[in-house]
Design a protein around this ligand. Sequence first.
Ligand code: SAH
Length: 225
Amino acid sequence: MSVQQDDLQRRGIGMTSQRTRERLIQRLCDEGLSNLEVLDVIRRTPRHLFVDEALSHRAYEDTALPIGNNQTISQPYIVGRMTELLLADGPLDKVLEIGTGSGYQTAVLAQLVERVFSVERIQSLQERAKERMTELNLRNVVYRWGDGWDGWNALAPYNGIIVTAGAKEVPQALLDQLAVGGRLVIPVGESDDQQLLLIVREKSGLAYHTLEGVRFVPLLSGSLA
Ligand code: SAH
């Protein structure tokens, strides 16, 4: 983990007041997020660097925003919620993320787990995300341009897997790549009826937990330059 707290904070300040960020954190608490470590990472991660400059004044609203290619940066609440669910059973060393997108969820994870393996199907989005991560000095992430339906088998198994796009069904490859004791957090369903699932691989088999209704862009197939 390469937490550069001062650095993150220094680069983050200027664009938006600390007060705007505190308001967001207060809102996330009101909405039920309770992991202080996760909240603290969200507080100091400069979300305005992950959206176009034209939208940066909205970066600390609790809302998804467009990032180009018909994709969106996830809402801070959902980033916090999914991260809390992943970490609820203790620290994780290897986390697979499907859907790098802007890299915002990646940046939050990178400050809380040892290593992140992030797969994205749209190469140009991933390249931009990589630049932002370098700028923030977050170096414990490796990236793959490809189809997340296949996971990343060469480096499996993972203690945590997070999918940031809505899947019609849980990809079998991701279940196969989950370590015993590992946790998979994934939105599943049709676009207007998705549920957030937590799937835990216990010694005796897979345990499914349905959590809450969510709305994500779809998990598509294939890859795109
Ligand atoms: N966590 C990202 C969310 C981006 S939106 C953020 O906060 O910015 C979902 C992302 O999943 C998009 O970038 C989309 O291109 C990607 N995606 C969709 N289907 C995919 C697939 N099969 N494999 C990998 N990435 C996929």
